[in-house]
Ligand binder design. Structure first.
Ligand SMILES: NC(=O)c1ccc[n+]([C@@H]2O[C@H](COP(=O)([O-])OP(=O)(O)OC[C@H]3O[C@@H](n4cnc5c(N)ncnc54)[C@H](OP(=O)(O)O)[C@@H]3O)[C@@H](O)[C@H]2O)c1
Length: 305
C-alpha cells in the first residue's frame, strides 16, 4: 500500500516521503480500515509516541496521522461492535502506525460509525479537534449553562469546536486569537473576541473556565482570570501558572465512541462545523503539509478521491 513515512524528527514535515509499505494486519480487537480521508496534526512529529512504541522501543520509520474516516476492511480476532463494509471514523493509537496510508489497523474501541450522509473529509477532520474540545469543556472543565468560558485560538481547529460546543451548551463564550481571526471566531459562536496581539486580555474580567490551546505567557496570564472555584484547562502542555483558587488541568485527548457519536450527530444536524482547509490527494500530501503560505483550516488528505 502507499503511505507517508517519516524517519527523522529533525527533518519535520519536509522529511516526509511517499513510500510503498506492507499493508497492516488486524490484531486482536483491531479493525483494518480502508482509509478514505486522513488528518494530521502539525505537532505530532515532535511527540515521543511518533517515534516509539508503548514499551519505548524505537519504531521509526513510522506512518503519521491519527484521524481517519474510511470503511472497515477486516476484523481481528475478538473484535466486536463493527462489521466489514461499515463506514467509520475515529482517533487512532499514538504509538502505532497512523492514517496517512491506504490502510490502518486500529483498535475497534477507537472508532465510531460514520453516517452515510457525512463526507469522509468531514469525518476525518472531526476526531481530534472535536474530542479535545468536548473533553476539555465537559469532562475536565465541567462547563455548565450560564457559565463563562474563555476559548483561546477560537478560530483554530480545537478552539472553533470549543466555541461552538460551549455556546450550544449555554455558556457565554469569549474567543481569542489574531486580529484577522475575529470574524471567524464570532462566526463559530464566540460572543466577544480579544485580539491577543493588540488588545488587553485582562479586560475580559473573571471567567469560570479557560480553555487554553496556546500556553506560555498567554496561559500564565489566563490563570489570573479564573474565578474562585473555576478551572484552567490546557491542551498545550502543563500550565505554567495555576488559578489562585481554582483548578489547573492538562490532558491528552482520547478516543471515545459515544462522544464521537455526539459530535457527528451535531454535524448532521448543522449544529457543528469543522474548519477544513486544503484537501489534497495522498500523492500530494507532502506538498500539502509543507505549504509555502500559511494555510487556514485543517489540511485533510483524501486517500481515495
Ligand atoms: N492535549 C491534546 O490532547 C491536544 C489535542 C489537540 C490539539 N492539541 C494542541 O493544541 C494546540 C492547538 O491545536 P489546533 O489544532 O487547534 O491548532 P490551530 O488550528 O493552529 O489553532 C490554534 C489557533 O490559535 C492561534 N494562536 C496560537 N498562538 C497564538 C498567539 N500567541 N496569539 C494569538 N493567536 C494564537 C492560531 O493562530 P496562528 O495560526 O496565526 O498562530 C490558531 O488560530 C496545538 O499545540 C496542538 O498540539 C493538544
Amino acid at each position: 500500500m502507499k503511505a507517508i513515512v517519516v524517519t527523522d524528527e529533525a527533518a519535520g514535515t519536509a522529511g516526509m516521503t511517499l513510500e510503498e509499505r506492507p499493508r497492516p494486519e488486524a490484531a486482536g480487537n483491531d479493525v483494518l480500515v480502508e482509509v478514505h480521508a486522513s488528518g494530521f496534526t502539525r505537532d505530532e512529529l515532535t511527540w515521543p509516541s511518533t517515534w516509539t512504541d508503548r514499551l519505548g522501543r524505537d519504531r521509526a520509520p513510522s506512518v503519521p496521522g491519527h484521524e481517519l474516516a474510511g470503511v472497515v476492511a477486516a476484523l481481528g480476532y475478538g473484535t466486536r461492535g463493527l462489521s466489514v463494509g461499515q463506514r467509520v471514523f475515529g482517533l487512532t493509537d499514538w504509538t502505532r502506525d497512523g492514517t496517512l496510508a491506504e490502510y490502518a489497523a486500529v483498535e475497534a474501541r477507537n472508532l465510531a460509525p460514520l453516517p452515510g450522509d457525512v463526507d469522509f473529509t468531514v469525518g476525518a477532520s472531526l476526531p481530534i479537534s472535536g474530542l479535545t474540545a468536548w473533553q476539555g469543556l465537559f469532562d475536565h472543565g465541567r462547563l455548565q449553562a450560564g457559565q463563562s468560558v474563555l476559548v483561546h485560538g477560537a478560530a483554530g481547529a480545537v478552539g472553533s469546536m470549543a466555541a461552538q460546543l460551549a455556546r450550544e451548551a449555554g455558556a457565554r463564550v469569549i474567543g481569542t486569537g489574531r486580529a484577522a481571526d475575529r470574524r471567524a471566531a464570532l462566526d463559530f459562536g464566540a460572543q466577544e473576541f480579544v485580539d491577543l496581539d493588540g488588545e488587553a486580555l485582562e479586560e475580559v474580567g473573571e471567567v469560570d473556565l479557560v480553555f487554553d490551546v496556546i500556553g506560555g505567557e498567554i496561559g500564565k496570564r489566563s490563570a489570573r482570570l479564573v474565578r474562585a472555584g473555576g478551572t484552567l484547562v490546557s491542551v498545550a502542555g502543563p500550565p505554567e501558572a495555576r488559578p489562585a483558587e481554582g483548578l489547573a488541568i492538562d490532558f491528552v485527548v482520547e478516543s471515545d465512541r459515544a462522544q464521537l457519536g455526539e459530535l457527528v450527530k451535531r454535524v448532521r444536524e448543522g449544529r457543528l462545523r469543522t474548519a477544513v482547509g486544503n484537501v489534497a490527494a495522498l500523492d500530494d500530501a507532502v506538498a500539502a503539509f509543507n505549504p509555502t503560505e500559511r494555510a487556514k483550516g485543517k489540511t485533510i488528505i483524501l486517500v481515495r478521491p
